[in-house]
Design a protein around this ligand. Structure first.
Ligand code: MGD
Ligand code: MGD
Ligand code: SF4
Ligand code: MO
Length: 669
């Protein structure tokens, strides 16, 4: 029996450090690593029983070939030789008949460690296939923040202990930022105040001193009206803004129109509450705005984030320890050279760009494009997580499409595969980890052998490359060998680490990297860019989201018990989460004769989804919220919430707008 250091591979701002007990064949116990510089031993409930996922009886253990209709989920075991030969045979045929744009690789956030997530790129670059635009999560948020702040590092959540007032703006931190919750709880004990701006405050309200419920997609109005109040009461830091920002004078002029009364009519927050919030914000010297990604997943998402980022600088908070903005890149990276994994140098032609949020459209074909004939999915479950579920299922059902899925479980997407390849868990692979929400970096080696015939993404792509006749040395090496190369050639973010830290990276674990200098403006102008000439709208302004013709705005929010499609194999977590719920405001429910616990149908022009209604006052009037990604077998009519999501993109960042859809809701018969 021994204890090994490992790192959680899932899509959280933290890459929590783990202590893993193993007999060399199985994982017996998992707990948080008290020596980890970020999680300090605290990990979520989901990962405390990680071994249950790793040794789940439902794991796919061999390559599988489809025997039933697409979508039925009927398969038989085949050898690796047969699977690889079938796949590469189809690829070669497709390449010669239609060319490389007929092949679409598709991956997202199933595994976030750098090698296993990105290693398919080298093969598909060599092939010259379509290129996936990977904007399923928070690209509008990054684009909005970057417009104002460039690559200036925002607060690492560990710096929040120095803040003196907190606005949690559209984040269910209890579910998605567990490690930062401790700072909030401690701050309140010290008498500091925490307020929440949300559309659905069900889980966070108890941790906050005030809750402002906004209509979905209207936070820009609230931010503008707060800045209107700051300017009209002389509470902005004009000296700081004149010196450090560009566009301040012109922007200030435009604020006149954005009165609190106007904002009340747009976002639903009372004018008087907006005035008081602005005053309280200005009275703090180091207020922190902690921004989630939910309010960027709209047609106006990038603009909303530009406005909130500007607000975070309006009182000069960034000058003070703990003041400013938390929730985008805290800076520091890149730590390793990812091109050593993705090998852009192997690409000889630029492939067709396909946006991940428009998979259904891409599978439908379209004028002037070679049809997608081969789809290769790994680390993603688009049937559950990407907009337009019914369109995607229709596309995947096309008998002319050849689909491969690397998976650990029989997901709704894997059911449509022609070939399934059995994938591994993090403890069965070696890799490095770059936390997206913290200044930290880590590495961890394989602890147990992969069970059955499972293989890592790296090993699968090596086999496929060899069978394609690609003889580059890159495809012959092992993942440990590549990991060594990455660690031997650190990027600037890792330079200057101590020998002790270097040793940790060799043997396993996370290290902390120095926090950013928050007033070293890393923008093209060298200043905070209130005005950004690269944008269609140089000066930010209020813009409406896409919306739609139905009266209720549907938002899809994270669930505490699962993480997107991850952990659906864990019966205890799925039971704890309960059925597919739709949260509704009591007035919206009453208008429709809906009571708590009723079966209801949410519908729009794309489809119908049956939910159980939860009627609660902590959802904004006019909004309905559905938490968590489910399996279609858990849905009354097999449809999931993304059956109601359009494939429209955000204003900047080409991102998902999964919160920007309207529906009507009726009682189910
Ligand atoms: N337990 C758990 N942890 C997770 C995940 C999970 O599914 N479960 N997902 C992981 C992933 S992939 C990510 S990207 C991260 C972060 O995931 P994020 O999506 O950034 O999650 P949150 O930060 O909680 O932000 C979602 C919140 O935004 C709110 N919201 C939606 N629209 C609006 C709006 O217009 N205005 C305002 N003010 N609020 C709005 C929702 O009500 C919700 O509470 O979490 C990661 N961690
Ligand atoms: N309704 C709804 N839709 C959402 C969201 C939501 O909260 N609600 N969240 C959105 C967000 S923020 C995101 S980031 C996306 C996430 O969307 P996706 O990236 O599609 O993530 P998941 O749905 O978690 O699916 C990941 C799959 O990867 C598999 N996997 C895990 N590790 C490995 C591995 O090492 N190798 C291979 N081959 N496979 C592996 C898992 O078993 C799982 O089935 O979903 C978005 N869509
Ligand atoms: S799922 Fe998130 S909170 Fe849980 S252990 Fe992993 S990184 Fe930490
Ligand atoms: Mo995400």
């Amino acid at each position: 029996m021994a204890i090994y250091k490992s790192i959680c591979p899932y899509d959280c701002p933290t890459t929590c450090g783990l202590l893993v007990e193993s007999d060399g064949a199985r994982i017996l116990k998992v707990k948080g690593d008290p020596a980890d510089p970020v999680c300090k031993g605290l990990i979520c409930r989901k990962m405390q029983r990680y071994e249950k996922s790793i040794h789940s009886p439902d794991r796919i253990m061999t390559p599988l070939k489809r025997t039933g209709e697409k979508g039925d989920g009927l398969f038989e075991a085949v050898s690796w030789d047969e699977a690889i030969e079938t796949i590469t045979g189809k690829w070669k045929q497709s390449l010669s008949e239609y060319g490389p744009d007929s092949i679409l690789p598709f991956y997202y956030s199933g595994v976030m460690s750098l090698i296993q997530r990105n290693c398919g790129d080298a093969l598909f670059n060599k092939m010259g296939s379509c290129e996936l635009v990977k904007t399923l999560c928070s690209s509008a948020k990054s684009a909005g923040y970057t417009s104002v702040m460039g690559s200036t590092g925002c607060l690492d959540p560990r710096e929040l202990e120095d803040s003196d007032f907190y606005i949690v703006w559209g984040s269910n931190m209890k579910a998605t930022r567990l490690q930062s919750m401790a700072s909030l709880v401690k701050a309140r004990k010290q008498g500091k105040r925490v307020v929440l701006v949300e559309c659905f405050a069900g889980e966070m309200a108890d941790y906050c001193d005030g809750v402002f419920l906004v209509k979905p997609g209207t936070d820009g109005a609230l931010a503008l009206a707060m800045m209107h109040v700051l300017v009209s009461e002389g509470l902005e830091d004009s000296e700081f803004l004149q010196k450090e920002a560009i566009g301040y004078a012109d922007f200030k002029e435009t604020l006149q129109q954005y009165t609190p009364q106007w904002a009340e009519s747009v976002c639903g927050v009372k004018a008087q509450d907006i005035i008081e919030l602005a005053r309280e914000y200005a009275a703090a010297s180091a207020p922190a705005i902690i921004l989630g990604s939910g309010n960027s997943r709209y047609g106006n998402g990038g603009m909303t984030v530009r406005l909130i980022t500007i607000l975070s600088a309006f009182t000069g908070a960034w000058k003070h320890k703990g003041g400013g903005f938390c929730g985008c890149g805290p800076g520091g990276g890149p730590y390793v050279d990812q091109s050593r994994i993705t090998r852009p140098d192997l690409r000889q032609r630029s492939g067709r760009k396909i946006n991940i949020n428009q998979l259904a459209m891409a599978l439908q074909g379209g004028e002037g494009h070679v049809p997608v004939r081969c789809l290769h999915i790994y680390g993603s479950n688009p049937v559950g997580s990407v907009s337009n579920q019914l369109g995607i299922q229709q596309g995947l059902s096309n008998p002319e499409l050849f689909t491969v899925v690397h998976e650990r479980f029989m997901t709704d997407t894997a059911r449509y595969a022609d070939i399934i390849l059995p994938a591994t868990f993090s403890v069965e692979q070696s890799d490095c980890y770059s936390a997206y929400g913290y200044c930290s970096f880590g590495a961890a080696r394989k602890i147990i052998p992969a069970p059955g015939e499972c293989k890592t993404n790296w090993d699968i792509f090596s086999l496929l490359a060899k069978a394609m006749g690609y003889d580059e040395a890159h495809f012959q090496r092992s993942e440990d060998d590549l990991l060594d190369e990455l660690l031997d050639n650190p990027m600037h973010g890792l330079q200057g680490i101590s020998d002790e830290q270097r040793k940790i990276l060799r043997t396993g674990g996370n290290i902390s990297i120095q926090f950013a200098d928050h007033t070293d403006w890393k923008t093209p102008s060298g200043k905070i860019q209130i005005a950004d000439e690269r944008q269609e709208k140089t000066l930010p302004e209020y813009q409406e989201c896409h919306g739609g013709s139905h009266p209720l705005q549907l938002i899809a929010v994270p669930s505490s018990d699962t993480l997107n499609s991850i952990f659906l194999e864990r019966d205890e977590l799925v039971a704890q989460r309960g059925p597919m719920m739709l949260e509704m405001h009591p007035e919206d429910a009453a208008e429709r004769n809906i009571s708590d616990g009723d079966k209801v149908v949410a519908f729009n022009e794309l489809g119908e989804v049956v939910f159980t209604a939860r009627v609660a006052p902590l959802v904004a009037k006019g909004a309905v919220a559905a938490a968590g990604v489910f399996k279609s077998s858990q849905s009354y009519n097999r449809n999931l919430v993304n059956a109601l999501h359009h494939e429209r993109l955000s204003d900047i960042g080409e991102a998902t707008t999964l919160n920007d859809n309207t529906v009507e809701v009726r009682p189910s018969l």
